[in-house]
Design a protein around this ligand. Structure first.
Ligand code: TNX
Length: 514
């Protein structure tokens, strides 16, 4: 009898302790990238059926408020209507502008009180970044696309947050295997969640030409017709491409188009005989070797061709950059390569854009505005710094999303080594090459080359969870960062990936939740 009563009490107290507690310590958040500063005030803000999203009247924050509503509605089932107001409300969510130079264009300040959550920004892009933080502060089930029973609470306090680097990018190689517009958009949604602001699209390579050029239609008719392994390939029409650019802009992401040259050009050489020195079109290529192709650098038609391509691309590109590749041109003589790059650089500026190239382009004399993308050569990095051009850091052995996690990874390459999740996270762009200091670095970019990636699930497997780490390197201060602390936050993100149905690598190094 006595025993049964005790058992009953034990069960009841067990049940009670399972009831959700109010989360009250804002410093115990799982936000990635880690915010610059957080203070906690020990209470909780609650999202309810009555909550409204207010935006300051006359500000340009309405679209961003709408985006927040779209993200919060499915799991909560709440209406959360957006309303413009000329004065701060006493409760709800309030998006408003401020003038705080420390925040820059992308920073934001969050003030979370029991009744009112205020997001203050200089610019709309700051609001967009701040909204990603709000999404990550809510209970994990907010990621669901169907209504969930949860207490939608956020601990009270303040967050003051802004990026370390102005350039935080990823790259998708849509040339080796073509990934369609829907996959690219899906990728951008996930980039947005991690506050990335640049998507570099590697649009052409030996195996495929993926962007319609109206003045040279065979580039896509022939050059876009296959891919690694001999599949059917594909390409973006200019209309589809513009749709991607707009989708990116809504997420404050700049798309950088890359046309790789003079090497990595077999798809173009197979499409137009006249681009070859011997006047004969090459065969289409579906293997994975690199460094065997080159445009004919001493034919005038080559430059007329490049001028047309860059011209059409520039008119499709609201962003400031055009990437001209320039990597691994092993069959272009150095004395041909250097003047080629210098001439193409002039063409890029003639079309009003800033040139980016892989680190080999630093062999040429660069315009001070041009940017070098470091991927492996310390020597080239030194050239860049000596010429006074800025560098984007994409060290293959740390930041290549196509490297295998370990020797058992079913996808990826390993020429630069294995990149486990901790290796991908635990490095500092400033400490990598002694020649490259903080002032030389524009930002970081994590590229996904797709020799082994055939579809969305493959892409997700190599990208997640490493992408979150690159986001943190690009955004958060290096001071106080540690893998042991990070891996706990990352584990919570695994729950989001599960909810979204993302095919991620469940590294043994991360203490994933059940
Ligand atoms: C090197 S990195 C390349 C690409 C390959 C990649 C595979 C760079 C500028 N060039 O052509 O796809 O390795 O990891």
């Amino acid at each position: 009898m006595n025993k049964n009563v005790l058992l009953l009490l034990a069960i009841i107290s067990g049940l009670l302790s399972c009831a959700p507690e109010e989360p009250t310590d804002l410093t115990q958040n799982n936000v990635i990238p880690k915010p610059v500063s957080v203070t906690a005030t020990g209470k909780a803000f609650r999202l309810s059926e009555q909550t409204k999203i207010y935006v300051q009247a006359g500000s340009n924050l309405e679209a961003t408020a709408q985006y927040l509503q779209d993200k919060l509605t499915p799991a909560t089932g709440f209406q959360l209507t957006v309303e413009a107001v000329s004065e701060a409300p006493s409760e709800g969510i309030f998006l408003t502008t401020t003038n705080d130079s420390e925040l820059g264009n992308e920073g934001y300040a969050l003030q979370i009180d029991k009744k009112l959550l205020t997001l203050q920004v200089n610019k709309a892009e700051g609001a967009f970044r701040g909204i990603q933080t709000i999404r990550q502060l809510l209970p994990l089930s907010i990621a669901s696309s169907s209504v969930q029973q949860a207490d939608w609470m956020i601990p009270t306090g303040t967050i003051h947050d802004f990026p370390e680097y102005e350039f935080r990018g990823t790259m998708l190689d849509v040339a080796r295997h073509f990934l369609g517009a829907e996959d690219v958009k899906h990728f951008m949604d996930l980039m947005a969640y991690y506050k990335f602001n640049v998507l570099h699209l590697h649009l052409t390579d030996d195996q495929g030409w993926r962007i319609e050029i109206k003045s040279w239609p065979k580039l896509t008719e022939i050059g876009g017709s296959t891919e690694v392994g001999g599949g059917e390939g594909g390409f973006f029409t200019q209309e589809q491409y513009t749709d991607l650019v707009n989708y990116a802009a809504e997420r404050f992401i700049t798309i950088i188009p890359e046309i790789d040259m003079p090497g990595h050009t077999n798809a173009a050489l197979a499409s137009y005989a006249e681009l070859n020195c011997d006047g004969k079109a090459t065969e289409l290529y579906t293997g994975t070797e690199v460094g065997f192709s080159t445009l004919c650098t001493d034919k005038e038609i080559t430059y007329a061709f490049i001028d047309d391509v860059i011209g059409e691309l520039a008119s499709l590109t609201p962003g400031p950059y055009i990437h001209i590749g320039g990597d691994e041109s092993h069959v272009t003589k150095k004395e041909d390569y250097i003047p080629f790059i210098e001439r193409v650089q002039d063409l890029v500026y003639a079309h009003g854009k800033t040139m980016i190239g892989w680190d080999e382009v630093t062999l040429a004399k660069l315009d001070k505005r041009s940017i070098a993308q470091y991927w492996s050569s310390a020597e080239n990095a030194k050239n860049a710094v000596q010429q006074g051009v800025k560098v984007i850091m994409s060290p293959a052995k740390k930041a290549y999303l196509d490297m295998q996690y370990d020797s058992l990874s079913p996808l990826g390459l390993h020429w630069a080594g294995y990149v486990e999740v901790d290796t991908g996270y635990d490095w500092d762009p400033v400490k990598l090459e002694k020649e490259i200091g903080r002032d030389n670095i524009l930002g970081i970019e994590a590229p996904l080359w797709t020799e082994t990636v055939t579809n969305r699930a493959d892409m997700e497997y190599l990208v997640f969870p490493r992408l979150a780490g690159y986001a943190e390197i690009g955004w958060s201060p290096t001071e106080g960062k540690s893998w042991d602390e990070y891996k706990v936050r990352l584990a919570a993100h695994g729950n989001q990936y599960d909810t979204w149905g993302i095919n991620y690598y469940r590294s043994k190094l991360v203490p994933w939740n059940k």
